[in-house]
Design a binder for this molecule. Structure first.
Ligand SMILES: NC(=O)c1ccc[n+]([C@@H]2O[C@H](COP(=O)([O-])OP(=O)(O)OC[C@H]3O[C@@H](n4cnc5c(N)ncnc54)[C@H](O)[C@@H]3O)[C@@H](O)[C@H]2O)c1
Length: 351
């Protein structure tokens, strides 16, 4: 790759630092600017990467050499920040969740399309070797007809975690919810992708062990587009972090994925690389079971910059990434109204 993309990191918190470290290992990209209203954080990250610090995001966007912004800010800010970047001709890479409302997601996708820039959403857990092998194994019928699909996230998050950095986590306005939309969205995304999309949900949410506005525990009953059924069970009240789990029962087998690694495969044939297409192999290249946190970011960012250089669609595009958001928003609406909620983006073409 000969061109070096000039990148601005927006938000110098936990995940902004992960992005900055990941970009350092990518030949075709260089950090030129960091925006964060918290001077100490912003200057420290910028200084480490020989980049300029800006207090204000709009000042960062005014840099003429900037090609790409990475949004590592509180989730509720992603739509307006995406739209501003698109309007100034910058490609956008945003952290999950891309948005915390359906309207926000739609406006982001439309703004990028209108401006002719790319919008990629970080979903590093989907882009892993075992998740891709399972996807292709299900498509090849190796577990027969999938009848049940479940996702479970039992994690521990302290009150200090929720109170940090102005206390945006667990708020409706900036986090868009709690355990579902922040911690569990990766696992919900993997479940909905493997099962071929969610048609409807019926749910309960609760705030049981933290002083936050939104839920720290949730349970949802799911109907998939295929007619199969399943469940989503999540909490941040567990004593410890347990492995995330996606389990799929088919008429001819069973698959269990824990922390993105297959721990059970019972089916016809083998779960091997022979199931993967050439594109799949490229997508999951470099993945190893149990990879360290941050390595998935580097792999996805590398795929995104390669796609920008090639003029192809970078993973995971906004239209695909909104599906998990829509499932979660459906769960919130169901919990609020007591009704079963249809998921409107479920019929969209698969990425
Ligand atoms: N992909 C993953 O595995 C993963 C993991 C953690 C967090 N995230 C996502 O990353 C995002 C940030 O989470 P975090 O844990 O890093 O939060 P954080 O609180 O640690 O960092 C957010 C930073 O954004 C800054 N900020 C706030 N408003 C800003 C603005 N207008 N312009 C520029 N900077 C601003 C804050 O000062 C803070 O430094 C969230 O969307 C979260 O869901 C993703």
């Amino acid at each position: 790759m000969s061109y070096i993309y000039k990148v601005g990191i927006v938000g110098a918190g936990i995940i902004g630092k992960v992005h900055a470290k990941a970009i350092d290992g990518i030949e075709g990209a260089k950090i030129v600017a960091v925006a964060d209203p918290r001077r100490e954080q912003g200057e420290a990250l910028a200084g480490k990467h020989d980049a300029r610090w800006f207090r204000s995001y709009t000042e960062l966007l005014a840099l003429p050499e900037l090609d790409v912004v990475i949004l590592a800010t509180p989730s509720g800010l992603h739509p307006e920040q995406t739209i501003l970047a698109a309007e100034t001709g910058k490609h956008v890479i945003t952290e999950k969740p891309m948005a915390i409302t359906g309207d926000g997601a739609t406006r982001m996708i439309e703004a990028a399309e209108r401006a002719g820039v790319r919008l990629a959403v970080i979903f590093q857990n989907r882009l892993t070797g075992d998740v891709y092998r399972v996807k292709r194994a299900i498509e090849a019928g190796l577990i027969g007809k999938p009848v049940l699909g479940s996702a479970a996230v039992y994690w521990h998050r302290s009150q200090d975690y929720y109170d940090a950095n102005g206390g945006w986590r667990g708020t409706w306005a900036l986090d868009g919810g709690g355990a579902l939309i922040n911690q569990s969205i990766h696992t919900i995304d993997v479940l909905q992708w493997l099962m071929g999309g969610v048609a409807s949900v019926q749910a309960h949410i609760a705030t049981l062990n933290h002083n936050i506005e939104a839920e720290d525990a949730a349970s949802a009953s799911v109907r998939f587009n295929s007619g199969a059924v399943g469940s989503i069970l999540v909490t941040t009240c567990a004593r410890d972090d347990h492995p995330t789990r996606v389990e799929i029962i088919g008429t001819e087998g069973r698959i269990c994925i824990e922390n993105n690694v297959v721990t059970v495969f019972e089916g016809e044939g083998e779960l091997s690389d022979a199931l993967l297409t050439a594109d799949d192999r490229e997508t999951v290249r470099g993945w190893t079971p149990g990879e360290a946190f941050g390595e998935g970011h580097r792999r996805q960012l590398r795929l995104i910059f390669n796609a920008l250089a090639a003029g192809t669609i970078p993973p995971v595009p906004g239209r695909e990434a909104r599906k998990a958001v829509d499932v979660i928003l459906g769960i919130y609406e169901s919990a609020r109204t007591g009704m079963r909620i249809d998921i409107t983006s479920s019929g969209l073409e698969e990425y």
